[in-house]
Design a protein around this ligand. Sequence first.
Ligand code: ZN
Ligand code: ZN
Length: 306
Amino acid sequence: MTMKKILNLLLVSIVLLQSACAGYIEVILLGTGTPRPSIERFGSATLVSAGGQYFLFDVGRGATIRLQQAGITPNQIDKVFLTHLHSDHISGLDDLWITGWVWQREELLKVHGPVGTHQLVEGLCDAYVADISYRVANVDLDNDKTKIESVEIKSGVVYEKEGVTISAFLVEHAPVKPAFGYRIEFGDRTIVISGDTTYSENLIKHAQNADLLIHEITAAAPSLIKRNKRLANVIAYHTNSSQMVEVLNKTEPKVAILNHVLLFGMSEDQVINEIKQKYSGDVAMGYDLMRIGVGSSIDVQRINIE
Ligand SMILES: [Zn+2]
Ligand SMILES: [Zn+2]
């Protein structure tokens, strides 16, 4: 038996095991960064697995590399959900799409996102005409499987299959409109992903009774904000520590993990300590390849890479 077959059998067993454990959701933070190039924090991407299905929320820079590090090949991903169309949330989409096709993804890649997603997908397909023609000519790959299915979504339920329900809700990231957060439910378990947002009452409404809230965070030293108007503008459409405290106290998730970590002149420890002074629940800074198992208890582990 080849190594590929053994790996496939192992993956099937894992999927079956997950299906058997109704009410268990696993999350892997593939990218917890921002537009800043960082080897520690790749662009936004969060993998959710529930009911034997994978869902990828945003596909920022390097998402396919992190997937590989987590032991998942890009052809296993065919369901993508974009929170919004800022480049740091989509710049890894072409790599995931093309590499997954070369690795013989069985279904078409389906990308759900806000208005503008059709244009993004059409543009990508145009941009890769030459690459696709070379690969089809050389190794007889399936040309039909190169298509991307795009779905422009509105608030409400956007996916419902085999016990998994995914709902999109509006968040506050103006001038980016619409920008979505997502609520994922499977069995008794619920996780909520904020996407990019400043303080949002609508997020608070949709994040009630969540087991896990994955929420973006920003922070800057006040002296820096005062003398830098552009920085002030950036901070204004993200969620700062005091807003985070309010969100957490109003939603009280079992566990909160912060991502899209955008700090200026402040350390991660400073930010977490500031939040913990006014919020007594379980909150931690996320990092790339953090694996969070959400079942009757919530278990956090770092994925070991070689
Ligand atoms: Zn962003
Ligand atoms: Zn953004």
